[in-house]
Structure formats: structure tokens, C-alpha cells
Ligand binder design. Structure first.
Ligand code: OSB
Ligand code: MG
Length: 376
């Protein structure tokens, strides 16, 4: 039984070690909304909302998510009884459009809380089967190809199993070509455009097709499926969709239309764990490989991603870099690490998400908080 009595929202500010630039914008400091869910027995579960401060990746932001959680999401969960966290998603979707990152934050928190109640690792509760997960790294746009080559070579040596190069018009063909030449034909490279191109850029995208990339992620419109299908017909490189896949219906449409051959699942983008699991099953049945994406999460969101990525069809390396790649110091203990082969250990020896929240550090970083409780 799951019975959430209150949810505390906190906004923390966490500076990145280096500015992270994608085609639609750059971020130097994350504004992160953390959730702490508490049940009647005083057990707490943690989660993180992946929305950032600007709507340049999805329409949501931390401020819209905060409002949505307070006004519409939390009231559907607080004071209600669920026999299993898999039931929460349906309660959040009924006559309630969008706000998937806000919904996901609460939904994922109920899974973490349930795992702690049961004394089970979150990964096990979700149906995970792996003990270790291969990780890649997502490299932001650099000022010139030489700077990118230097970064990518260092990461390759550190054992990352996938090097994802962020691209945009003007920082694409030359950049990827330079990395391919420096790292050799076998290096596991891919590119992520975050919707920076249109079908009028076919010549550039065709050139990208010559670099033996594992995949090209979200080249076209952030909510497009039809034009991606037209593009996939023109490319050998598999298209991987990120932004466009906001739920299982979109994944079904991608498969039916041939808009892509791989899906990057981010639980925050698709409304939470239940939706992620359904997409994962659909993809497994259709031989579509998936991998777990990232949103520059703190150690809490990372813990949720690692747990999800332990499911069997997450067969490609995720964007699950260690804490030290993002932060001077993370907000969880222990911090996330990887080994020299680029493997992240799934914490299966503990209940819940498998890392402890450093509450003192969270308190120091908190700029606002609000508790939503059962109305008496
Ligand atoms: O497109 O995958 C993306 C970060 C912010 C917004 C969008 C994306 C990303 C990343 C970073 O690629 C992945 C990570 O968390 O390391
Ligand atoms: Mg992406």
C-alpha cells in the first residue's frame, strides 16, 4: 500500500563544472526541483524534476512544473491510496494533458517510496535485470573542432562506451569528421542535434551519414515524426528519437511510420517510470533498441535513471556519466562513479534508489521550498 501524506518541493542551484551547450541553448548552473514524498509511517522517497529554467528542450520549465505539481499533480496523489506505484500514472493522466516532467517527478517519487517501504532496490521493483550499465558521455558544443577532439579523445580514453557529440548548423560536419579521424573508424560515436535541422538541410545530414555514426539523435523538429520518417529513408545512419517521444503512442507512431530505429528513453520526458516501462516493452517486441538519456540530473535523478537502465532492452550505453563529470560535489552519498570500462554499478544492496541524500548540502543549496500536505 502506498499512501503519500505530503510532498516537499525544494529548488536548489547547482553550478555545472563547465557550461553545457546544445543547439537550442547553454546552461552553466542548473536550477533543480527536488521532491521528498513522505508517507504516514514517516518513510520518505526522493525524486527530481528534470525541467530546466527555459523551455528550449521541451515546453516545460522548473517554474511551470512547480505550479503543475502544486496545483494538479500532487493533489491527485496526496491522501490517496494506491496498491502499487504502477497505478499512479493512470491517475495522473486522466483528463490531464501534458506537464509530463511534473507528473514524472511525482510518479517516480512514489516508486522510490514504494521501494523503500518494501526494502527492495528501486531497480528490482522496476523489473531491472542488470548489475552494471554501460555509459557514454554527451559532449556539449565546443568553440572549434580541435577543442572538441581534445575533449572527445580524453573521454574515449576514460572508457566511455559512447561519445555523443552535440551539433548545430555551423558546428557539425567539420567537428564530427575531426573526431572520427582522431579516434579512428571503430570509436563508438554519435551526434545529437536537438532539433536544429530541417529537411532543407539534407546535404549536411547526408554528409553526416558518411561518418559511421551509431545513430543521429533528433535531427528535426522537437515534436515531429512525419519528416523524420522522410529523412530516415534517405539515411543509412539510424535516427534515434529523443524530444519527439513523449509517450507510448509516439513510440508506436515512430515504429509505424519508420521515423527512427532507436529510442532514447528519459523517464522525466515520458511522464515517469510506468510510461518508460511500457515504451521499453513495446520497443523490445519490435526489436527497437533503447538507451537511457540524461538531463544533467543531480545524483537523485541519476539514481532513478540508473535503476531504469537496468531493464533488459536498454542495450545501448546510456548518458549516465559520473557525478564528477557534472559537479564539484554531488548531493548524494556515495557519488556516482564508473569503472575504466565505462560501467556504472547498479546499487542492488540497498532499498530504494541506492544512494543517500546529503541533506545538509541540499539545505545549503536550497533557494525556496514548499510543502504540500493533505488538506485537513
Ligand atoms: O538532448 O539528450 C539531450 C542535456 C540537456 C538537455 C537535453 C539533452 C542533454 C544531454 C545531457 O545530452 C545528457 C547527460 O545528462 O549527460
Ligand atoms: Mg537528446
Amino acid at each position: 500500500m502506498l499512501h503519500v501524506q505530503r510532498i516537499t518541493l525544494r529548488e536548489i542551484r547547482l553550478p555545472l563544472r563547465e557550461t553545457f551547450e546544445i543547439s537550442s541553448g547553454a546552461v552553466s548552473e542548473r536550477r533543480i526541483c527536488l521532491l521528498q514524498l513522505r508517507d504516514g509511517d514517516g518513510i520518505t522517497g526522493w525524486s527530481e524534476c528534470v525541467a530546466d529554467d527555459l523551455p528550449n528542450y521541451s515546453p516545460e520549465t522548473i517554474d511551470t512544473a512547480w505550479l503543475a505539481i502544486r496545483e494538479w499533480v500532487a493533489p491527485r496523489v496526496i491522501g490517496k491510496t494506491f496498491s502499487h506505484p504502477r497505478e499512479v500514472s493512470a491517475a495522473l493522466e486522466r483528463d490531464f494533458r501534458g506537464h509530463l516532467m511534473a507528473k514524472a517527478a511525482v510518479e517516480m517519487g512514489t516508486w522510490e517510496l514504494a521501494a523503500r517501504r518494501e526494502g527492495a532496490p528501486l531497480a528490482k521493483l522496476l523489473g531491472g535485470t542488470r548489475e552494471k550499465i554501460a555509459t557514454g558521455i554527451s559532449v556539449g558544443i565546443q568553440k572549434n573542432p580541435a577543442a572538441l577532439v581534445e575533449k572527445a579523445s580524453a573521454y574515449h580514453k576514460q572508457g566511455y562506451q559512447k561519445i555523443k557529440i552535440k551539433i548545430k548548423p555551423g558546428a557539425d560536419v567539420e567537428y564530427v569528421q575531426a573526431v572520427r579521424e582522431a579516434l579512428g573508424p571503430q570509436a563508438p560515436l554519435m551526434a545529437d542535434a536537438n532539433s536544429a535541422y530541417t529537411l532543407r538541410d539534407l546535404d549536411v545530414l547526408k554528409k553526416m551519414d558518411g561518418f559511421g555514426l551509431m545513430m543521429i539523435e533528433q535531427p528535426l523538429g522537437w515534436d515531429d515524426l512525419v519528416k523524420h520518417a522522410a529523412l530516415q529513408k534517405q539515411l543509412k545512419t539510424p535516427i534515434c528519437l529523443d524530444e519527439s517521444i513523449t509517450g507510448v503512442d509516439k513510440a508506436e507512431d515512430m515504429i509505424a511510420l519508420g521515423s527512427g530505429k532507436i529510442i532514447n528513453i528519459k523517464p522525466g520526458r515520458v511522464g515517469g517510470f510506468t510510461s518508460s516501462i511500457v515504451i521499453h516493452e513495446l520497443c523490445a517486441a519490435n526489436k527497437v533498441p533503447v538507451w537511457c538519456g540524461g538531463m544533467l540530473e543531480s545524483g537523485i535523478g541519476r539514481a532513478h535513471n540508473v535503476a531504469l537502465a537496468s531493464l533488459p532492452n536498454f542495450i545501448l550505453p546510456g548518458d549516465l556519466s559520473p557525478s564528477a563529470r557534472y559537479w564539484e560535489r554531488d548531493i548524494v552519498i556515495p557519488e556516482w562513479t564508473k569503472d575504466n570500462q565505462g560501467m556504472v554499478r547498479v546499487p542492488l544492496d540497498q532499498a530504494g534508489m541506492g544512494v543517500a541524500v546529503d541533506l545538509d548540502r541540499v539545505d545549503d543549496l536550497t533557494v525556496r521550498s514548499e510543502t504540500i500536505a493533505v488538506k485537513l
